[in-house]
Ligand binder design. Structure first.
Ligand code: GLU
Length: 553
């Protein structure tokens, strides 16, 4: 045994498996040519962030587009920052927006797939096996420096270009086997460091799939691979995990871009085939002060739970994410109106280099479109599910008569040009409030040529003739028939030609009826509203309106 081999045994006596064992246990995946394997690898330190959902969507589409595999790995090596239910927050958050992994962590203590465990805290033995192998080859060494000693080094390096444990600062790099043994016997704790083969004068270049070609200095720092408790740092875990899980594409936040030279070096010393990298710029937001990052602290919409609570359907959020994910998505959508999102030919190269812009107005528009194409049944089902948790009043109105509720939601829907009033389920209660006595708030304000005096005349006439058995044509004929006796014209064009000859036109007549029945000047189809409200409510509301206008006129 040479000194390196002896050192490996000294540091890792408990490790009996070999790297070959794991290479065989996790063989190359049997996938079609060109299939990509990617993952979402969050730490369970808080709620799922919109940026996380965005990155996970990119990773998933990158795989589905090539019949590959998308998996979820939980990076829980920093137990101090972990929150209770952190794993469920991620899994449920992804699930709520249809980002279901093909394998990996599926829920608390629930993993699926042949390449696990997919939770880093369960992989200590694997990391240590690869660490032991590096020590055996003289590519890693134990470092006994205390926190104070490391602080001293940092202080000395204040003016240096390169900061960290390297060169003359790497005190433990060349300790002999005997010195190390003595330190360990004295009870000193150690971290394991990479013996970096980097050269300060050299540069590496790599092709980032989003940002293009990047050139950076080689890594020369002897970074920590294992902490004193034998748990890996992100860098080491990333290399070991993404190799053994046979990841082909690492899609992650661009805060990691500065670490790529180190990661490429780690893959090399470990003898792994390098992965392809795609670094995503943070989601931006524009406010009074200009562009800034979407902030967990300042922006409620940064948490994906916001969309759930507000009742944005997952279909809308996914559709919106795609509009900001790939610049050509909207053109594709126009050409493929009904296509499933999973068939969009997603391309990493079409992602924003500087950071996609989050825009609530756009999300609202996208969502209005998405909801307008849903069948009433679906709108009812989804919004009822939402209401049970977030709007008890809406849920109980629905429960009075679900067929009535569905019929309301069907007004001006399921036709060629559906109305686009609803952006989220929390809009519904206000939108349909006049359809229920419990929530109807009369408001007799008029618009256009409709005056209170005209309203008195119109309602007096309409009360006499209103017939709930009318079909739509008959209903409209009745509206028109009222016009002449009250001094209006049924013909809008005619009114425009000679406005002084009339008190108003058929539009004003129907506005008066609309306001009386709904308290609003703008509603979906008034004929259907009238039919659904039923004779009793219609007459009662007309009477009340008439009384009001008579008193006011
Ligand atoms: N746990 C790392 C993070 O949350 C993952 C980065 C990666 O995807 O490799 O930033």
């Amino acid at each position: 045994m040479n000194d390196y081999e002896k050192l490996a045994e000294l540091l890792f006596p408990q490790i009996t498996k070999t790297t070959e064992y794991y290479e065989e246990l996790y063989p190359k995946r049997n996938l079609p040519e060109g299939a990509r394997v990617s993952r979402f690898a969050p730490s369970p330190t808080g709620y799922l962030h919109f940026g996380g959902l965005y990155a996970a969507t990119a990773a998933k589409l990158n795989c589905t587009a090539t019949n590959g595999i998308f998996f979820l790995r939980i990076e829980d090596t920093d137990k101090k920052r972990e929150i209770e239910d952190g794993v469920s927050a991620i899994v449920d958050g992804l699930e709520a927006f249809g980002i279901t992994p093909d394998e990996g962590v599926m829920g608390f203590e629930n993993e699926v797939g042949e390449y696990g465990p997919y939770t880093q805290s369960k992989r200590a033995e694997i990391y240590q096996t690869f660490a032991k192998s590096l020590v055996k080859q003289g590519l890693a060494y134990p470092c006994f420096c205390s926190a104070e000693e490391l602080d001293e080094i940092r202080a000395k390096q204040e003016k240096e270009d390169i900061k960290g444990y390297y060169g003359e600062y790497a005190k433990c790099r060349n300790l002999s086997y005997d010195e190390i043994k003595a330190n360990i016997e004295n009870g000193m704790t150690w971290t394991l460091r990479l013996k970096s083969p980097g050269d300060v004068t050299k540069k590496i270049t790599f092709e980032d799939m989003i940002k293009g070609k990047i050139e950076m200095p080689e890594n020369v720092i002897d970074v920590v691979l294992l902490k004193t408790d034998g748990i890996p740092t992100y860098h080491f875990a990333h290399a070991v995990d993404d190799h053994l899980m046979r990841t082909t594409h690492v899609i992650r936040g661009d805060e990691w871009i500065a670490s790529v030279p180190l990661h490429i070096q780690l893959f090399k010393v470990l003898g792994f085939k390098p992965v392809k990298y795609a670094h995503i710029a943070p989601i931006m937001k524009e406010d009074e002060c200009g562009k800034r990052k979407l902030s967990k602290r300042k922006d409620p919409e940064a948490a994906v739970s916001y969309y759930v609570e507000q009742g944005f359907p997952k279909e809308s959020v996914s559709e919106y994410i795609l509009t900001i994910l790939n610049s050509n998505f909207e053109d594709w959508r126009r050409a493929n109106k009904d296509a499933d999102l999973s068939t969009f030919p997603f391309n990493l190269k079409k992602m924003s280099v500087s950071g996609a812009l989050f825009d609530m107005v756009k999300l609202t528009d996208v969502s209005k479109n998405v909801i307008s194409t849903m069948k009433a049944e679906k709108v009812f089902e989804l919004s009822y599910e939402w209401a049970k948790s977030y709007n008890k009043q809406l849920a109980s109105l629905y429960e009075k008569d679900t067929a009535y509720a569905t019929a309301i939601l069907n007004i001006d829907r399921e036709n060629k040009k559906p109305r686009k009033d609803l952006a989220k389920w929390s809009d519904i209660l206000d939108y349909i409030s006049y359809m229920y006595d419990e929530t109807f708030v009369p408001c007799y304000e008029l618009c256009g040529n409709a005056t209170k005096e005209l309203a008195v005349d119109v309602i007096e006439k309409y009360i006499d003739v209103v017939n709930l058995n009318d079909d739509k044509d008959q209903w409209f004929t009745r509206m028109k028939d009222i016009c002449e006796p009250v001094g209006c014209t049924p013909n809008v064009k005619e009114f425009k030609k000679n406005p002084d000859d009339f008190r108003g036109h058929v539009g004003d007549v129907s506005t008066i009826v609309r306001v009386a029945l709904t308290g609003r000047t703008n509603t979906p189809d008034l004929y259907t509203i009238t039919s659904l409200l039923g004779e009793e409510k219609v007459k009662e509301r007309l009477e009340k309106a008439l009384k009001y206008y008579k008193e006011e006129a």
